[in-house]
Design a protein around this ligand. Structure first.
Ligand code: HAM
Length: 422
């Protein structure tokens, strides 16, 4: 009996060669830009105590109320697959007293995140993010540093068409003043039970409602930006001036509401117009009460999460990636048994010297071996047969141009040829 084949669970993103080479390239450029700004790796579990997210992210959010993968583990504990990174990072910072040392604590992470959303192009149930968090100071310079890390990374990927929306949710004083008027305004609207329950938990959520009737009834709602305290307004003014000083284009969008409840102060979203409905390629903001709500000290922080899947889609839409991201420097095509053992030894020595190389395995003729060289995506190909072995001479073929470079089969000669011609 033939067994039926398995399929990946619905709505997950998967990457395999050759596409995974582009995915890896995008992720590495995002990470590189975090490292350039002094962020260090934090590696965390993909599951946490459910309460880390219910308390951290907030009950009014779709993420907590509808999208979490929650289950009971064998010890009867409620566990949730991480739907986002920030709450888990804060849990670790508190648990390991990272905030008691030198501030700010600057951390980066990347990996899989899980949200039980309705799958569609660019929206997955398992997706990938690169994130950074800067914990310790409520400083406009840090806000702009975080935004600039994302902006530099997008530029390094060759993206041109993305937009940046920013706003400020102000300090507690600003939010209290706004909330009073917003709640009063919302009480004049006719809402169904679920929506008014949601509004009770976080009235800002109504700005984020996708339904046309709610959107239009919120047209005249008071916006937080008009309630900023003097301090918050000064802070936001500095953020805008610093963005301008770095020539980072932005739009102020006072109605922007992020999908997670922990935000305070500066918040931002990067969108890409060629991605359709799921246009958010990254977003973040300040979260001054989050550490406190998870049982830690009241330490301020700001960060972002960039969706690697969507950034890759944006790069493809703009054709911004390098035309070839070569996974290998050299592919060797041996055409006799003797050549196979010579090549095998050569590979091992070249790899020890940091040359990325591979060879054709199995019994292949010249044609088959060259086809494998072509498919490998290597920068150079090297055919080794009896003539090369007896003369000790060989030719490195540049795969993109067909240009040929003479070398000997001597390892250091090959290394220097590969090193200088790359
Ligand atoms: P977020 O806006 O929920 O923020 O997610 C960040 C990015 O992850 C989004 O802009 C999007 O590119 C990507 N993303 C989210 N959900 C999906 C999905 N279902 N499929 C594909 N991509 C998705 C956060 O997660 C915050 N933790 C960011 C942050 C860090 N704020 C402060 N620090």
């Amino acid at each position: 009996m033939k067994l039926s084949k398995f399929q990946a669970p619905k709505g997950v993103s998967e990457y395999f060669p050759p596409d995974s080479i582009q995915f890896e390239y995008v992720r590495d450029v995002l990470l590189q830009n975090a490292k350039l700004a002094g962020y260090s790796l934090i590696e965390l579990p993909v599951f946490e105590d459910t309460e880390v997210f219910t308390r951290g992210v907030g009950e009014s959010t779709d993420v907590v109320s509808k999208e979490m993968y929650t289950f009971e583990d064998r010890g009867g504990r409620s566990i949730t697959l991480r739907p986002e990174g920030t709450a888990g990072v804060m849990r670790a910072v508190i648990e390991h007293n990272l905030d008691k040392g030198q501030l700010p604590v600057k951390l980066f992470y990347s990996g899989a995140f899980f949200r039980a959303e309705r799958p569609q192009a660019g929206r997955y149930r398992q997706f990938y993010q690169v994130g950074i968090e800067a914990i310790g100071y409520n400083d406009p310079e840090i806000d702009v540093e975080v935004i600039a890390v994302a902006d530099n990374a997008f530029k390094a990927l060759g993206l041109k068409q993305y937009t940046l929306n920013i706003t400020s949710l102000g300090d507690a004083k600003s939010r209290d003043a706004h909330r009073k008027d917003l709640v009063k305004f919302i009480s004049t609207l006719k809402l169904d039970e679920a929506t008014s329950e949601r509004a009770k938990l976080n009235p800002l959520r109504l700005f984020d409602d996708k339904r046309e009737e709610i959107r239009s009834s919120m047209q005249n709602a008071p916006v937080l930006l008009e309630y900023l305290s003097q301090d918050s307004s000064t802070h936001f003014g500095k953020v805008k001036a610093l963005l301008e000083s770095l020539k980072i284009n932005y739009q102020v969008n006072p109605r922007m509401v992020r999908g997670l409840d922990y935000y305070t102060g500066t918040t931002f979203e990067f969108d890409h117009p060629l991605l359709g409905a799921q246009s958010g390629i990254g977003g973040g903001g300040r979260y001054d009460g989050l550490m406190g709500s998870l049982g830690g000290a009241d330490v301020s922080g700001i960060g972002f999460g960039l969706g690697i899947d969507r950034v890759l889609m944006a790069c493809k839409a703009e054709s911004s990636l390098p035309s070839s991201i070569e996974p290998l420097d050299l592919f060797i095509a041996p055409i006799t048994d003797d050549a196979k053992s010579v090549s095998f030894k050569l590979l091992s020595e070249l790899r020890k010297s940091g040359i990325r190389c591979d060879m054709a395995y199995g019994d292949r003729g010249l044609k088959g071996a060259m086809k494998a060289a072509d498919k490998s995506g290597a920068i150079y190909a090297l055919v080794i047969g009896d003539d090369e072995i007896s003369s000790g001479k060989c030719e490195l073929k540049t795969m993109s141009t067909g240009q040929v470079i003479s070398s000997t089969l001597n390892t250091s000669d090959l290394i220097s040829k590969l090193g200088t011609t790359k």
